[in-house]
Design a protein around this ligand. Structure first.
Ligand code: ARG
Length: 465
C-alpha cells in the first residue's frame, strides 16, 4: 500500500500519511463537490461575520473573500483540481484558498469546524432541492388543472379493485392527483420551514469561545434563526430525512399515476394517447409504442424510498454528536433528489402532451353495469324501498342483463317490471352515465359542476403557493 505525506489540514500529530484504502474509504470529494457553491457561500458569510466581530482583520477577510470568489469561478469553469488526498469539499476549498491568499486562509476556520460546515452546506443544498420539488409540483398541478378543466364533464369508468364501479368524470380523476400532489407540496413546504435554522457556529460540537454573531450568519444565508443547541446542530440530519420522506410519498403518488398511464395507454384500454415525445418504440415489434417514461417514473420510488431507509439506518444508532457515518448521507439524498426532479419533469411533460380518448372513455363508462348504484338509489328515492331491498332488486336486474348480454339501459320496461312491478319508465333517466355523474353533487363528488368549482378553487390557490 502506498503512503503519502501526513494530511496538510490535520496531520500535525501524524507521522505517516493514510493508507490508500484509508483514503478510498474516507474521501467524500467524489460526491460532496456538489456542495461547492454552498460551501463557498457559507465561508463567505462566516468570514464577513468574523471581521465584523473583530475576530479577523478586515484585510484578511477581504483576501479570503476574493480568494473564495476565484475558487468559485474555477469550479464553475471546470478548471479546479479536486484532490482525494484532501478528503472533502471543505478541505479542497481551504487548501486552494491557501495557495491563492497565503496565511489569511488559515484564519477562515476560526470558530468553525467541518462538522458545522458540512451541516450548513448540506442543509442549504437540501433547502434548494425542497424549493425545486415545490416548483416542479406546482407545474405538474398546473398541467393537471388544464386537463381537468378541459374534461370536467367527460365520463369515464371509476374503479374499485380495478373493476368498473361507478361512472366518474375525467376532470374528477385528474383532480384526485391535484389533491395528492398539493399535499406533497405542503410536505416539502413544511419540511423547509423546519429545516431553515442555521447550524453554523456550533463549531465541532460545543460552540466556540470566540465572540461570534450567529444571528448575522443565519440571516446572511437566508435562515430564519440559528439552531439552538450545538450538539444537535452537528448531529442532526432530520432535514435530509424529512426531505426523503416527503420525496418518498411524492414518488409513490407519481408511481400510482404512472401505473394508470401504463394501463390507460394499452391497446385494451385506449383511454389516453401518450405523445411520441414521451414514448419509445421497440427494436423488433414495429407496431409498439411503449410508455417507458411512465414505467421509469413508476420505478423511481424504489431508489427514493431506498434512500430514505438507508439514511434512517445510518442515523439510528449514532451517539451524539458527529460521527463519520454521517458522511454517508449525501449520495443517498443526491440520488433521490436527482431522480425525483427527473420524475416530476417527465410526468409534467407527459400530462401536458397526453390526449384523453373521449369516445373510449365514454364507451367504457357505460359498460360493466356502472349505473347499478344509480338504479338502486332510484328504487330507494322514488319507490321508497329500503336500500338493502333495492340492492337485491338491482342485483336481479344486473343478472338479467348479463344473461341477455346487454347493459342495464338496454333492458325493456317489461323485463324490469318482471323483477319489480312498480318500476316505471322514469328509471331510464338515471341509467345514463351523464345523468349519473351529474347527480353526484355532494361536496367532493364527481359532478361536472363540482369539478369545475374545484378547478377554480385550485387555480386560485396555486398562485399563492
Ligand atoms: N466529509 C465530512 C462529511 O461529509 C465532513 C465532516 C468531517 N468532519 C470530521 N470531523 N471529520 O461528513
Amino acid at each position: 500500500m502506498t503512503k503519502t505525506d501526513a494530511n496538510q489540514m490535520w496531520g500535525g500529530r501524524f507521522a505517516e500519511g493514510p493508507d490508500a484504502i484509508m483514503e478510498a474509504i474516507n474521501a467524500s470529494i467524489g460526491f460532496d463537490r456538489r456542495l461547492a457553491a454552498q460551501d463557498i457561500e457559507g465561508s463567505r458569510a462566516h468570514a464577513a461575520m468574523l471581521s465584523a466581530q473583530g475576530i479577523v482583520t478586515d484585510k484578511d477577510a477581504e483576501a479570503i473573500r476574493e480568494g473564495l470568489l476565484t475558487i468559485l469561478s474555477e469550479i464553475d469553469s471546470g478548471e479546479f483540481q479536486f484532490s482525494a488526498a484532501l478528503e472533502d469539499i471543505h478541505m479542497n476549498v481551504e487548501s486552494r484558498l491557501t495557495q491563492l491568499v497565503g496565511a489569511a486562509a488559515g484564519r477562515l476556520h476560526t470558530a468553525r469546524s467541518r462538522n458545522d460546515q458540512v451541516a450548513l452546506d448540506f442543509r442549504m443544498w437540501v433547502r434548494d432541492q425542497a424549493d425545486a420539488a415545490m416548483a416542479g409540483l406546482k407545474s405538474l398541478i398546473h398541467a393537471l388543472l388544464t386537463q381537468a378543466e378541459a374534461g370536467a364533464d367527460w365520463v369515464m369508468p371509476g374503479f374499485t379493485h380495478l373493476q368498473t364501479a361507478q361512472p366518474v368524470t375525467w376532470g374528477h380523476h385528474m383532480m384526485a392527483y391535484v389533491e395528492m400532489f398539493s399535499r406533497d407540496h405542503s410536505r416539502f413546504a413544511d419540511a423547509r420551514r423546519r429545516m431553515n435554522e442555521c447550524p453554523l457556529g456550533a463549531a465541532a460540537l460545543a460552540g466556540t469561545s470566540f465572540p461570534i454573531d450567529r444571528d448575522a450568519t443565519a440571516q446572511a444565508l437566508g435562515f430564519d434563526r440559528p439552531t439552538a443547541n450545538s450538539l444537535d446542530s452537528v448531529s442532526d440530519r432530520d432535514f435530509a430525512l424529512e426531505f426523503l420522506a416527503a420525496a418518498s410519498i411524492c414518488a409513490m403518488h407519481l408511481s400510482r399515476f404512472a401505473e394508470e398511464l401504463v394501463i390507460w395507454s394499452s391497446a385494451q384500454f385506449r383511454f389516453v394517447r401518450l405523445s411520441d415525445r414521451f414514448s419509445t418504440g421497440s427494436s423488433i415489434m414495429p407496431q409498439k409504442k411503449n410508455p417507458d417514461a411512465a414505467e421509469l417514473i413508476r420505478a423511481k420510488i424504489g431508489r427514493i424510498f431506498g434512500a430514505n431507509v438507508a439514511l434512517m439506518t445510518v442515523m439510528k444508532g449514532l451517539p451524539l454528536a458527529y460521527s463519520k457515518d454521517m458522511q454517508e448521507d449525501k449520495e443517498q439524498v443526491f440520488d433521490a433528489a436527482d431522480n425525483l426532479m427527473l420524475a416530476l419533469a417527465a410526468m409534467d411533460g407527459m400530462v401536458r402532451d397526453m390526449e384523453a380518448n373521449r369516445d373510449a372513455l365514454a364507451a367504457a363508462a357505460g359498460s360493466g353495469f356502472s349505473t347499478a348504484t344509480d338504479l338502486a338509489d332510484w328504487l330507494v328515492r322514488v319507490l321508497g324501498l329500503p336500500f338493502r331491498e333495492a340492492h337485491h332488486v338491482t342485483g336481479a336486474l344486473v343478472a338479467r342483463a348479463e344473461q341477455r348480454d346487454c347493459d342495464l339501459p338496454d333492458l325493456t320496461l317489461e323485463e324490469m317490471q318482471a323483477v319489480h312491478p312498480q318500476i316505471t319508465e322514469a328509471v331510464f333517466g338515471v341509467l345514463g352515465v351523464q345523468n349519473s355523474v351529474a347527480s353526484r353533487m355532494s361536496y367532493g363528488g364527481t359532478a361536472p359542476q363540482r369539478v369545475r368549482e374545484q378547478v377554480a378553487a385550485w387555480t386560485e390557490r396555486l398562485s399563492t403557493l
